[in-house]
Design a protein around this ligand. Structure first.
Ligand SMILES: Nc1nc2c(c(=O)[nH]1)N[C@H]1C(S)=C(S)[C@@H](COP(=O)(O)OP(=O)(O)OC[C@H]3O[C@@H](n4cnc5c(=O)[nH]c(N)nc54)[C@H](O)[C@@H]3O)O[C@H]1N2
Ligand SMILES: Nc1nc2c(c(=O)[nH]1)N[C@H]1C(S)=C(S)[C@@H](COP(=O)(O)OP(=O)(O)OC[C@H]3O[C@@H](n4cnc5c(=O)[nH]c(N)nc54)[C@H](O)[C@@H]3O)O[C@H]1N2
Ligand SMILES: [Mo]
Length: 726
């Protein structure tokens, strides 16, 4: 992105009044912000948005959509920033320029001709600011539907469901400074070195203050086991490899999908010790004052057999005992988790077992103790707070109706998986995306592509060309928007937006660069113009005022979203403000006012002979579907992402060899799905487990395979067979 521009950007990332980094949702320290609060991946995300290349009208005149669709995701992204609105007309072969006004007229015409507003779907990815998200859901609900699926449906939905039920809030209960006070940090199903590198600083701080650490992960991830501070200021530019600090004191190489077994096993050990010496292990004062459901939990844990626990987890009893002893030895502990836990059939119950473990020890709502789901997209949490959800919280509904004087749609909308099904069978005809790359990020790629092609109209509000724009409905539009690092000039002057971190800190983010093209528009502006064109006289909202001055949006937010009172005032303080977090104080806003133990049954996955459990993971050189490079140096991969990590014993048993290209087939109720030519990489992964990269392996994830109660696709647990490629 150019040296000077690049340096300026780096110095402004995650500084008070600067740009909130697009790469992850890890919070910024309140005090002692170093000059560089960013990591290699933040730098890449910033550089990707700041690309100097441009994909304008000429570019699109030079390639048909068909030709473009034969290019790799990497190549598409590499063509640079989109510069003007484009349309692919019915029967057309090329995207061609269209004015903003005509684009909105076209979309409004189609939306207003639908038999029901429920025939339209409005997707959101997690980079969208609070201001844009609030307006977007307001428009969609005034249009008349709750069809607001989002990337969260594929990400931390299991967390939101589990925590809302267990502790009354679907978010983290700790703050950043708790890491310095914890005795023990458990990191389960999360790879901070690659996906939230700044978290390593917190882990290192915890270790420096004497904390122990347990890593529960099928893979020996760099950064979890060893860590060299990647902050250039601290002398190790961009590397977490090397000697460094040993982070994890205990690594449990769990079998894919075996996390619930590990947690139940740990609780079993705790119960045994408690029975030997009553009152010595559990926090009975806390349990009786603050929780319910203890008796049922005891029964459920007692009924789980060690046989099942060891089969499911693939671990030895001693390993689980060692982890349990570390919990017993700690006064307070923190558990961090991400996709390795959320994208499984029993994800919700597994997360509730994490909560159970904390409740038994009273390890929540006090310093150095609590729950830390690590969210991914930099504002995925804020988008949900602002009402991006296919359902509606009663208070939110009441406030929104009062503020804007209209009746919101009653019926729950479609989540991501339901949206795909609805487009496939014709119940939905318009797909509108506020960011993201739906075709590549969703499970079951061929089916998703079919679903999108089945639509009458598809619209992508994006910054860079991606797969979804090349899987058009009958008519397709690309509406190019400003990135977060760019200046946003509106009628009342330069605007800023705001985002919420994974630890509930809401902060402003202000662009610093000239926009990549003068024909780009901000997400809030786009929503306002779309709403005006579509709703016309039907609307009760002054969309022009909202677009002209984002303070007007924030004033509305402060009256609608509980916890956002005086938004405009509080967002302008140096470090912003925190959303309400009762569990952080040991209070639980469940219906009973108590945290609840959730009792569940352990189902051991039935793996037929010759089949393996496959998980899909991210490399160091990608942000979700955006592939920066084909390397993953932390796992020793160079030049290709079409690889499958396998245990040497499985390679031998299947009569295969390292480096050999194989076809991978997944098996599900509705049939088989295959991908071809993935090279075998022998890797220290538990036997009968294997791993591939997201999104290359997404064609294998069956549409019908999703988590109970959260509907999150089970991208971390797919049953596959492997055969030599012909
Ligand atoms: N550089 C970079 N940063 C990112 C992203 C990115 O793509 N690139 N994406 C962002 C987003 S949206 C998100 S949600 C986060 C994702 O952050 P993570 O959740 O850390 O990402 P993943 O690579 O999907 O996988 C998580 C880890 O789970 C482990 N795992 C797989 N299956 C299992 C299992 O059955 N049990 C256990 N215990 N572990 C398992 C994998 O080995 C891997 O270490 O990162 C965010 N930050
Ligand atoms: N197999 C498998 N599938 C998965 C996962 C997995 O672990 N395994 N993880 C799931 C998870 S956790 C997630 S979050 C989803 C991600 O799903 P999405 O959020 O839909 O996908 P992204 O790749 O993050 O979206 C990238 C696109 O966003 C656009 N973009 C970038 N910045 C901006 C911006 O500021 N504004 C707008 N409007 N657009 C912008 C760019 O054009 C880019 O092409 O994928 C899910 N899919
Ligand atoms: Mo995510």
């Amino acid at each position: 992105m150019g040296v000077v521009r690049g340096m300026r950007a780096m110095l402004k990332i995650n500084q008070a009044g600067g740009v909130d980094c697009q790469s992850c949702a890890w919070p910024d320290p309140e005090s002692h912000r170093t000059i560089a609060e960013f990591c290699e991946n933040g730098a890449k995300a910033m550089a990707d948005e700041g690309a100097t290349k441009r994909a304008g009208a000429e570019f699109f005149a030079g390639y048909s959509v068909e030709e473009l669709s034969r290019q790799s995701d990497h190549w598409l992204n590499d063509q640079g920033r989109l510069t003007e609105p484009l349309v692919l007309r019915e029967g057309g072969t090329h995207y061609e320029p269209i004015s903003w006004d005509s684009a909105f007229e076209l979309i409004a015409g189609k939306l207003n001709s639908l038999a029901s507003p429920d025939e339209a779907i409005f997707y959101t990815s997690g980079r969208t600011s609070n201001e844009a998200a609030f307006l977007y859901q307001l428009f969609v609900r005034q249009f008349g539907t709750n069809n607001l699926p989002d990337c969260s449906n594929m990400c931390h939905e299991s967390t939101s469901v589990a925590l809302a039920e267990s502790i009354g809030l679907g978010k983290a209960t700790i703050r950043l400074e708790d890491f310095e006070k914890a005795d023990l940090v458990i990191v389960i199903g999360q790879n901070p070195g690659t996906n939230a590198p700044r978290m390593l600083t917190s882990l290192e701080m915890a270790k420096a203050s004497g904390a122990k650490m347990i890593a529960i992960n099928p893979l020996p991830e760099a950064g979890l086991l060893n860590f060299t501070d990647p902050n250039p200021q601290h002398g190790h530019p961009f590397s977490i490899l090397g000697k460094g600090v040993k982070l994890a004191d205990l690594h449990l190489p769990v079998r894919i999908g075996g996390d619930m077994a590990v947690l139940k096993g740990m609780m079993k050990v705790l119960f045994e010790r408690e029975r030997q010496s009553p009152g010595s292990i559990f926090d009975h004062d806390f349990i009786s004052a603050k929780t319910e459901g203890y008796d049922d939990l005891i029964v459920a844990v007692d009924e789980t057999s060690w046989d099942d626990i060891l089969t499911s987890s693939g671990l030895a009893k001693e390993q689980i005992e060692e982890a349990a002893e570390m919990v017993i030895a700690s006064d307070g502990f923190i558990t961090c988790w991400a996709m390795g836990v959320t994208q499984h059939t029993d994800a919700v119950a597994t997360i509730q077992d994490i909560v159970n473990l904390h409740l038994l020890r009273g390890s929540i709502g006090c310093a150095g103790a609590g729950l830390c789901p690590v969210r991914g997209h930099s504002n995925v949490q804020g988008d949900r707070t602002m009402g991006i959800w296919e359902k509606m919280a009663p208070v939110f509904r009441e406030n929104l109706e009062r503020e804007f004087g209209f009746d919101t749609p009653e019926r729950d909308g479609f989540n991501t998986v339901e949206s795909i099904a609805a487009m496939l069978d014709g119940r939905a005809k318009v797909f509108f995306a506020m960011g993201g790359n739906f075709a590549a990020a969703s499970p079951d790629t061929p089916n998703v592509e079919k679903a999108l092609r089945n639509c009458d109209l598809t619209v992508q509000v994006i910054t860079k060309l991606n797969r979804t724009a090349l899987v058009p409905g009958k008519v397709s539009l690309i509406l190019p928007c400003l990135g977060r690092s760019e200046k946003d000039l509106q009628a009342s002057g330069e605007q800023f937006v705001s985002t919420e971190s994974t630890m509930l800190n809401v902060q402003m983010s202000k662009g610093i660069f000239e926009p990549a093209s003068e024909n780009l528009r901000s997400e809030p502006w786009i929503v306002c113009r779309l709403a005006k064109a579509t709703l016309g006289d039907r609307t009760t909202v002054n969309w022009d005022a909202m677009a002209a001055d984002y303070d007007n949006i924030r004033d509305a937010i402060s009256r609608v979203v509980p916890g956002c009172e005086n938004y405009n005032e509080r967002i302008r303080t140096k470090t912003g403000f925190y959303m309400p977090n009762p569990p952080n104080r040991g209070e639980f806003s469940t219906p009973s006012g108590k945290a609840s133990f959730a009792a569940s049954k352990l189902d051991v996955i039935d793996l037929p002979p010759g089949r393996l459990l496959m998980t899909t993971i991210r490399s160091h050189d990608q942000f979700n579907t955006t592939v920066y490079e084909f390397n993953d140096r932390y796992r020793g991969i160079r030049g290709s992402r079409r690889v499958i990590f396998m245990n040497s014993k499985n390679i031998l048993e299947l009569g295969l060899e390292a480096g050999q290209p194989v076809d991978i087939t997944s098996h599900w109720d509705d049939g088989e799905r295959s991908v071809h030519g993935f090279a075998i990489v022998p890797y220290p992964i538990p036997k009968d487990c294997c791993a591939t990269y997201f999104p290359e392996a997404n064609p294998l994830v069956p549409l019908g395979s999703y988590a109970k109660r959260s509907n999150t696709p089970t991208s971390k647990c797919v049953i596959v067979s492997i055969n030599a490629s012909a």
